[in-house]
Write a protein that binds this ligand. Structure first.
Ligand SMILES: N[C@@H](CCC[C@H](N)C(=O)O)C(=O)O
Length: 282
């Protein structure tokens, strides 16, 4: 099995090219590929690269976009899975790395193009400087809820980025929080689980964020989470539009909130590639 390894601010992924749509991506295989010790070094998730026309799921998503008046020429579907094998609707850093892979592999021209994700069609742009920007769509603020860490509770905003987020601004330095166990959350609000962001507002339009991801545990970065964090900080500052710097353990992301969308920008790099002999796979 051919694989490529890449990361965006250290949110790292195993990329699986599947040009004929024949790959059976089952949960034990994903868990094996993402294992940090027993295999190729692991990842926070898997990105299957499949032509839209060979994925009935992707064809439907593209069809819905056409019906909504936004037809797309997207050729590739990002089939994203978390490290535990669960499926997620969207991965912002994953999509930036996915776009880097498409261009590097000669499957897309440098510049701007669309990619189909489970959260809908997303436009990506590769800069000459090496950054990749994703149009993440309009964040939906759905209300408030609480995250529990140890004995403490943190107030947060419920934000839909295609996938579910609970973004909690706290006065306590996030660097000191213990995220070794999953934060508690209200299952009535998040029946499918949630990604929890903890953040400090540290300056004008600058936040420090840590994240505990559904299906992957604490990761050094999360693109959808960075947008959710910027939305929560923007609410707090009473300044809803503009560009926020989001410092994560794995680097620095930039999030721009406009009247009708959000943009996520940051580095996306490929670091290795290889083949896993079939005999070594589940
Ligand atoms: N790391 C991602 C988010 C991946 C999906 C998430 N764990 C979920 O289950 O929703 C990002 O960069 O957005």
């Amino acid at each position: 099995m051919r694989f490529v390894k890449g990361h965006g601010t250290q949110n790292d992924f195993v990329i699986l090219p599947d040009r004929d749509g024949g790959l059976d991506l089952h949960a034990p295989l994903i868990a094996e590929l993402c294992d940090r010790r027993a295999g190729i070094g692991g990842g926070d998730g898997v990105l299957r690269v499949v032509p839209v026309k060979l994925s009935p799921e992707a064809v439907q998503i593209a069809e819905r976009a056409r019906e909504a008046g936004a037809p797309t020429t997207a050729e590739w579907f990002m089939d994203y899975r978390n490290a535990d094998g669960s499926m997620a609707e969207m991965c912002g850093n994953g999509l930036r790395v996915f776009a880097r892979y498409l261009v590097d592999a000669g499957l897309a021209d440098p510049g701007e193009f669309d990619v189909v994700t489970r959260a809908g069609v997303r436009r990506v742009r590769l800069d000459r400087e090496g950054d990749v920007t994703v149009d993440m769509g309009m964040p939906k603020v759905l209300g408030e809820s609480k995250a529990g860490i140890g004995l403490k509770e943190y107030d947060g905003l419920v934000i839909d980025m295609g996938n579910p987020h609970l973004a909690c601004v706290t006065g306590e330095p996030v660097t000191q929080l213990d995220l070794s166990a999953p934060p508690a959350f209200d299952p009535a609000v998040f029946p499918q689980g949630v990604n929890v962001e903890l953040l400090n507002a540290v300056g004008e339009r600058r936040v420090v964020m840590r994240v505990y991801e559904r299906g992957s545990g604490e990761t050094p970065s999360c693109g959808t989470g960075a947008v959710a964090a910027a939305v929560a900080a923007a609410r707090l500052g009473g300044d809803p539009l503009g560009t926020w710097a989001v410092e994560v353990p794995g680097g620095l992301l930039s999030v721009t909130l406009t009247e009708n969308t959000s943009l996520l920008t940051g580095p996306a790099v490929l670091v290795a590639s290889g083949d896993i002999p079939a005999a070594h796979l589940l």
